[in-house]
Design a protein around this ligand. Structure first.
Ligand code: ATP
Ligand code: FE
Length: 333
């Protein structure tokens, strides 16, 4: 089938076209308006989606060389995400599908982050364990098949991306801080400042303790030396990043061992982190795991992953009624 997919869950407006299981185009308009506020402003995100969506869809169709009439279905992100942002994408998709007389596919954004692994080779084989690390989520998911997924662990407070962004903010780095912190960490000493690794039973995660520990540590040190942050920035970044990676990999390792899984996948925007990628590759070599990390453009929010998920749903006949509405808290299962 030829599918047009729309993604508008947070602050990226994206449209993609998939034909016969292959991505033909993936256009993303990233909203820069939020940078000055140090975080996503929901009201501004909705308005920006409203402005960008039609040109982004037109560009995706043009790049794919596909006409509206050739589409077999229209897919959109149903949730989780910001309600206003989801409403813009879902209303567009519903109206477009109705006008064209094509079926509608409602996609779960967190399933889409995972199924991004099926866009290109090499693909993991079922069952696999996926660590999804994004701006709003941190989940360990056992994936038995595209529809059969089970969350076995998740964060009880902040997501890994939030841990990066919030600690980066304490260091005075621009928003979103994750990529800046990653870059600075590459020249720092990761064991210079020991911060607490969030210890949780089972396979859950916790990052709020790290944020508090960094806050108090910086307050204490800058009281003695006002230039403490500037003088120690790479070591601070490397130490924070190291702690987040240890927190993630400890639970991943525990789950993989207990569940006997050796196909390990990484998903979400934090999968771009160079320290995490390197540490995971090292751990995999030691454990004999096969590790899968999608291309960067398919890790952060994009409509290609929504199109890929919609393709599996189309094959399974899992269409949505015109009454479908977005759900900001849509669960993975
Ligand atoms: P969700 O899917 O949970 O709704 P999201 O889609 O907004 O969240 P993503 O786009 O997947 O989140 O990821 C964005 C997050 O990834 C941000 O917190 C950002 O700081 C983080 N991030 C991106 N690159 C890096 C990096 N190199 N190192 C650390 N974090 C990074
Ligand atoms: Fe996302």
């Amino acid at each position: 089938p030829i599918i047009l997919a729309i993604e508008s869950s947070c602050d990226d407006t994206s449209a993609a076209v998939l034909a016969g299981g292959q991505i033909r185009s993936n256009v993303v308009a990233t909203q820069r308006v939020h940078e000055q506020y140090g975080g996503v402003v929901p009201e501004l995100a909705s308005r920006a989606h409203q402005q960008h969506l039609i040109p982004v869809v037109q560009e995706a169709l043009r790049q794919a060389g596909v006409t509206k009439a050739e589409l077999d279905a229209v897919a959109f992100t149903q949730g989780p995400g910001l309600l206003g942002s989801l409403l813009v994408g879902s209303m567009f998709a519903k109206t477009f599908a109705l006008a064209l007389g094509k079926p509608l596919l409602a996609v779960n954004h967190m399933r889409a982050h995972i199924l991004a692994h099926f866009i290109n080779e090499p693909r993991p084989t079922f069952p696999f364990l996926c660590l999804t690390v994004s701006g709003g989520h941190t989940q360990l998911v056992v994936v038995k098949s595209p529809p059969d997924m089970q969350v076995v662990g998740q964060t009880i407070d902040d997501a890994a991306g939030e841990a990066f962004d919030k600690t980066a903010k304490l260091l005075g780095l621009p928003y979103p801080g994750g990529p800046h912190l990653d870059k600075l960490a590459s020249t720092g000493n990761p064991t210079r400042f020991p911060f607490p690794v969030g210890a949780m039973p089972g396979y859950d995660f916790s990052f709020s303790g790290l944020k508090t520990a960094v806050l108090y540590f910086l307050r204490q040190q800058t009281a003695k030396n006002p230039n403490f942050i500037q003088e120690n920035l790479p070591d601070l970044c490397a130490s924070i990043q190291h702690t987040i990676i240890q927190t993630l990999l400890r639970q991943l390792q525990r789950a993989a061992a207990d569940l006997g899984l050796t196909q390990i996948a990484l998903a979400g925007g934090v999968a771009a982190n160079s320290g995490l990628r390197a540490a995971l590759q090292n751990l995999a070599a030691e454990k004999g795991w096969a590790v899968f990390i999608p291309e960067f453009q398919y890790c952060t929010d994009n409509a290609a992953m929504v199109a890929m998920t919609a393709h599996f749903q189309f094959e399974a006949g899992d269409f949505a009624p015109q009454l479908v509405s977005p759900d900001p808290r849509l669960k993975l299962t």
